[in-house]
Write a new protein. Structure first.
Length: 126
């Protein structure tokens, strides 16, 4: 598949496909005419990358997740399901962490002590 075909199939800009390749999230190969080509599973990889980005995973974290897949073009349905489950677990963990952080912020516990200020939430910021 060409960069444009992968982009169209995945619903992203061609520049995104190039970015993902540059950062080792997908891999392509060059033809004898020096044109870039990708395996037919590249759009699936790109869609998974987009989901990972939306939940705040870093490029390195996404690369580690994708490294669990077999080499390009050889992933089976079960591989994609397993990857989806890993991402889902990560999303749930991040949601738990965000809820904990929100609870800390909205609790009556003092998160910091400032000299001369009894309640930082009601103090004017100078």
């Amino acid at each position: 598949m060409t960069v444009g075909q992968v982009a169209a199939a995945a619903g992203v800009a061609a520049s995104a496909v190039r970015f993902y390749e540059t950062h080792g999230l997908i891999s392509g190969h060059r033809t004898h005419g020096n044109q870039r080509r990708f395996d037919e599973d590249a759009p699936c990889r790109v869609r998974m990358i987009r989901v990972c980005q939306r939940v705040g995973l870093s490029v390195a974290e996404i690369r580690d997740l994708l490294a669990t897949l077999p080499a390009s073009g050889r992933a089976e349905v079960s591989d994609w399901v397993e990857l989806g489950e890993r991402i889902e677990r990560e999303v749930h963990e991040r949601i738990r962490n965000l809820r904990d952080a929100l609870a800390d912020l909205t609790s009556d516990a003092k998160l910091c002590e400032l000299p001369g200020i009894t309640d930082p939430r009601t103090a004017a910021i100078a």
